[in-house]
Design a protein around this ligand. Structure first.
Ligand code: CUA
Length: 340
């Protein structure tokens, strides 16, 4: 031992010599190292145990990316062109869903009690979520990928479906419903819908049914089911749609709005809105004509229509396609409409 005063301050110093000091210090460190390693192993095992427990008790529904393609290729598939609920065999349903900012299409999924549904989901634009509340269904919808899973709905009731991935200004409004009804009731609903469509077709007003469906699928996320829009972002269509139609050049403008979108702050009925109307040219000529006619006949708009109003026709929409227009050009056109 030396008389170096520093050595007395060293907690690892041992009276029998430097070598032993080192060994003991090393043993001490090793002991703590082992403790930390055991602790982290224990934490990992706890997580694994919880996952194993939930797999056994709750069952697993892990969505699998079954396909990968460009979003355009995917969306041209039948099931995504017209997202819907299809009964494949008694009790077995196929549900296809397309998400886009800020809505799910279809906006409501109805299934009979006990139905086993195979879901196929994708996104048209950005990453969205698909969470069915009060179930363990929670998947990501990725542009260019199809998420698929199966689920059996044993309890009748209304389940809220929410987007749980932040996707933009309308994210908090992005939701839809899944309704499980009793089997008899479901059969009756299917029958009634069929009758309603046949009646509309018989009176040459199929556009009322189809336009309503197109609106519900694509427009409610922003303009809302009641046509009142969302303050500050998306303008109301009640009254306003007819004002656009009546403006000079308004008829074409209204149709072009569906094909090319609109970007920029606008004033509508005394309030300012600064959302973003996407272009909807992926919709068919029939769908666009139908939804325009539906909007112009709903929420009191039919009362305001000019007497000589004629329904939009699919041919009229087709003739407006392939113009050199975009959302900015549409904004410039809007300034020339001479709205009040
Ligand atoms: Cu879609 Cu959040």
């Amino acid at each position: 031992m030396t008389n170096d005063p520093n050595e007395h301050n060293d907690p690892n110093t041992h009276p029998h010599g430097h070598n032993i000091d080192h060994d003991e210090a090393h043993a001490e460190i090793t002991k703590w190292e082992r403790r930390w390693l055991s602790l982290s192993a224990l934490i990992s095992l706890t997580f694994v145990a919880f996952i194993a427990y939930s797999l056994v008790v709750e069952g697993a529904h892990i969505a699998q990316g079954t396909e990968r393609a460009t979003p355009a290729q995917l969306l041209s598939q039948d099931m995504f062109v017209q997202p819907s609920v299809t009964e494949l065999s008694p009790g077995n349903f196929q549900v296809s869903v397309v998400a886009q900012a800020y809505s799910f299409n279809p906006p409501e999924i109805r299934l009979p009690e006990g139905a086993t549904a195979t879901f196929f989901l994708t996104s048209r634009d950005v990453l969205h979520g698909f969470q069915i509340e009060n179930t363990n269904v929670n998947v990501e919808l990725i542009p260019g990928e199809v998420s698929s899973f199966q689920y059996t709905f044993d309890r009748p009731g209304e389940y809220r479906v929410v987007c749980n991935e932040f996707c933009g200004v309308g994210h908090h409004n992005m939701m839809s419903r899944l309704v499980v009804v009793e089997a008899d009731e479901y059969e009756e609903e299917v029958l009634l819908a069929q009758q309603r469509l046949e009646q509309a077709q018989a009176s040459n007003e199929a556009w009322r049914v189809s336009g309503e469906a197109v609106y519900a699928s694509n427009c409610t996320g922003c303009h809302q089911a009641n046509g009142q829009g969302i303050a500050g972002a998306f303008p109301p269509l009640a009254e306003h749609a007819v004002n656009l139609l009546r403006a000079d050049g308004g008829r074409d403008y209204l149709a072009n709005l569906q094909l090319y979108g609109l970007q920029g702050p606008i004033e509508v009925l005394g309030a300012t809105y600064n959302g973003n109307m996407p272009a909807w040219k992926q919709l068919s000529d029939d769908d666009i004509a139908d939804v325009l006619n539906y909007v112009l006949h709903t929420w009191g708009n039919d009362e305001l229509l000019p007497d000589d109003f004629e329904l939009y026709s699919p041919d009229e929409i087709a003739a407006l396609r392939d113009q050199d227009l975009d959302a900015d050009a549409m904004y410039a056109r809007r300034q020339q409409l001479g709205l009040d």
